[in-house]
Write a protein that binds this ligand. Structure first.
Ligand SMILES: C[C@H](O)[C@H](O)[C@H]1CNC2=NC(N)=NC(=O)C2=N1
Length: 119
């Protein structure tokens, strides 16, 4: 896919940047656990598509890079996975809903309060 085509596609993916060699985005989560859980969801999508991102997780900030290794550049598969990743991150619902989702994910991982364990 040429530089102009990638640039045109990026216009419809506002969280993403890059060029014909690769595209990337970042996202900060409320906690490292919330970030890691998002990575797991992305991995499930990636396996389903048989197309895999390069993920870098630093504390609670995730960086995702997409390129098609077989071709050495951006293909339609990368754009499709980018849209899936945005969907996993809940961005079709706006940034406030995003934060709620992360909060709820983190909350769901906590063990339930034990009755009679104080407080
Ligand atoms: C055999 C398997 O289909 C290939 O290795 C796939 C797996 N996932 C992949 N992911 C990415 N990003 N690029 C690839 O070229 C690629 N190739």
């Amino acid at each position: 896919m040429g530089a102009a085509e990638v640039a045109a596609a990026l216009a419809g993916l506002p969280a993403w940047q890059g060029d014909e060699h690769g595209i990337s985005r970042s996202r900060r989560f409320p906690s490292m656990l919330a970030a890691a859980e998002a990575v797991v969801e992305i991995a499930a999508e990636a396996d389903e598509m048989d197309h895999h991102p390069d993920v870098d997780l630093r504390y609670r900030t995730m960086h995702v890079g997409l390129t098609t290794h077989d071709v050495g550049g951006v293909t339609e598969l990368d754009l499709r996975l980018a849209r899936e990743i945005d969907r996993v991150l809940g961005e079709d619902q706006g940034p406030r809903a995003l934060d709620r989702t992360d909060e709820q994910r983190t909350r769901a991982r906590r063990p339930p309060a034990q009755p009679g364990s104080g407080a």
